[in-house]
Design a protein around this ligand. Structure first.
Ligand SMILES: Nc1ncnc2c1ncn2[C@@H]1O[C@H](COP(=O)(O)OP(=O)(O)OP(=O)(O)O)[C@@H](O)[C@H]1O
Ligand SMILES: [Mg+2]
Length: 322
C-alpha cells in the first residue's frame, strides 16, 4: 500500500558497509513524484550503492526506504515492478541486435509478443535507433549503446527510473540528446533519480540536488539554493598594462591580486546595483580595466566547497595567498 503517492522515493538513515568500510552512514532522502533528483559525489562516494539499495539489487545495512510506496526490504518485488534501472555499466548484450535486446526486455516483462514488438519499435524510433536496430549492438557507438540501454529500461513503462551516470563518456551532442530524453520522461510524469559527475548536468536537469560525501549527504537543495550557500561570486578586472594594473591594485587594496594574469578580483554577488556602485567606484578611483567579467558561483564551487576538492577557497589562485 503506498504510504503517499506524492513521494516517489523516501529514505531514512540508510546505511551500508562493506567489511569494516562504512560506505553510507545514514542517508535521508525525500523525492517528490514527477521530479528529477540528482545525486552528486566524488568517485567512491557511494552513489551507485544508493542506487543499488533503492532498486533492491543489494540490501541496506540499516535504515528504511520506500520506493513507489513499497518498502524496499519487505516488498522488493513490488519495488522492482515499479522502477527501471540503467546501471553505470551497460546492460546491453553486444552479441545480439538492438532490436533483440529490446525484445528480450519485453519478454522479461512478460509482455505479449505483438505488444512487445510494438513497444520495442516505438522506443527504438524515439531513441533514434530504428536504422541500427538490426545490427549487432557491439557495432554501436558509446552514445548509441547508452541510448539503447535507457530504451531497454523503459520497456516496462516504469514510473520511477534510476539512471546511474547516464551521460558519462558521451559527446556534447549525445549528452544534450540524453537530457532531452530525460526532460520528455519527466514531462510524462516519470520520476528520475540520476547520479552524475557533471555538475552542469545536475544544474540543467535536476529539481533538487544532493551532494554525497564521506557517507553522508553534505548538502541538499535546489541548484540555486546550493549556489547561494557558497562564496565565490566576484568581479574580475583584467589589465594589459602592468603599470595600470599596479595603480589599480594599490587603489583597490581589498581586491585579491593575481600578479601573473594582471587581474584583480573583487567579491560581489553580481547584482545590477552592486555592479553600478562598483563601476562608479572604479571611475572615481581612475581605474580603467581592459576587461571586466562577472563570475557567479556555480555548482562546481558548491561541489568543491563541500567535498574538499581543489577549490575549497573558490577562485583564489594560490599564488595570491601570502
Ligand atoms: N561489492 C562491493 N564490495 C566491496 N566494496 C564495495 C562494493 N561495492 C562498492 N564498494 C565500495 O563502496 C564505495 C562506494 O562505491 P560506489 O560504487 O557506490 O561509489 P560511486 O559514488 O558510485 O563511485 P563512482 O563515481 O566511481 O561511480 C567504494 O569505496 C567501493 O570500493
Ligand atoms: Mg558509481
Amino acid at each position: 500500500m503506498p504510504t503517499s503517492h506524492q513521494i516517489a522515493v523516501s529514505a531514512t538513515g540508510l546505511r551500508k558497509s562493506y567489511g569494516d568500510k562504512t560506505v553510507l552512514d545514514g542517508i535521508d532522502l525525500r523525492i517528490p513524484a514527477g521530479s528529477v533528483f540528482a545525486l552528486l559525489g566524488p568517485n567512491g562516494a557511494g552513489k551507485t550503492t544508493v542506487v543499488k539499495i533503492l532498486s533492491t539489487l543489494v540490501s541496506a545495512g540499516g535504515g528504511q526506504a520506500h520506493v513507489a510506496g513499497h518498502d524496499i526490504a519487505a516488498d522488493p518485488q513490488a519495488v522492482r515492478s515499479a522502477i527501471g534501472v540503467t546501471g553505470q555499466f551497460s546492460a546491453v548484450d553486444g552479441l545480439i541486435t538492438g532490436e533483440e535486446n529490446m525484445l528480450l526486455m519485453a519478454d522479461l516483462h512478460h509482455l505479449p509478443k505483438p505488444e512487445g514488438r510494438r513497444i520495442a519499435a516505438d522506443l527504438l524510433e524515439r531513441f533514434d535507433l530504428s536504422e541500427a536496430a538490426k545490427k549487432p549492438a557491439s557495432t554501436y557507438s558509446g552514445g548509441m549503446k547508452r541510448r539503447l540501454d535507457i530504451a531497454m529500461t523503459l520497456v516496462g513503462n516504469p514510473r520511477i527510473i534510476f539512471l546511474d551516470e547516464p551521460t558519462t563518456g558521451l559527446d556534447p551532442r549525445s549528452r544534450h540528446t540524453m537530457w532531452q530524453i530525460i526532460r520528455e520522461l519527466v514531462a510524462d510524469g516519470v520520476t528520475v533519480f540520476l547520479t552524475t559527475q557533471y555538475l552542469e548536468e545536475a544544474d540543467e536537469l535536476a529539481d533538487r540536488v544532493a551532494v554525497l560525501n564521506d557517507g553522508k549527504i553534505a548538502a541538499e537543495g535546489t541548484p540555486e539554493e546550493l549556489k547561494r550557500r557558497v562564496p565565490g561570486g566576484h568581479v574580475r578586472l583584467r589589465f594589459t598594462d602592468p603599470a595600470a594594473y599596479h595603480r589599480a591594485a594599490t587603489a583597490l587594496n581589498e581586491a585579491t591580486r593575481d600578479d601573473e594574469a594582471l587581474a584583480l578580483q573583487i567579491p560581489s554577488a553580481g547584482s545590477q546595483r552592486e555592479l553600478r556602485s562598483l563601476l562608479d567606484w572604479l571611475d572615481s578611483a581612475g581605474v580603467e580595466a581592459d576587461e571586466l567579467t562577472v563570475h557567479t558561483p556555480d555548482l562546481d564551487d558548491v561541489f568543491f566547497a563541500l567535498t574538499g576538492g581543489p577549490a575549497t577557497v573558490p577562485h583564489q589562485p594560490k599564488e595570491n595567498v601570502r
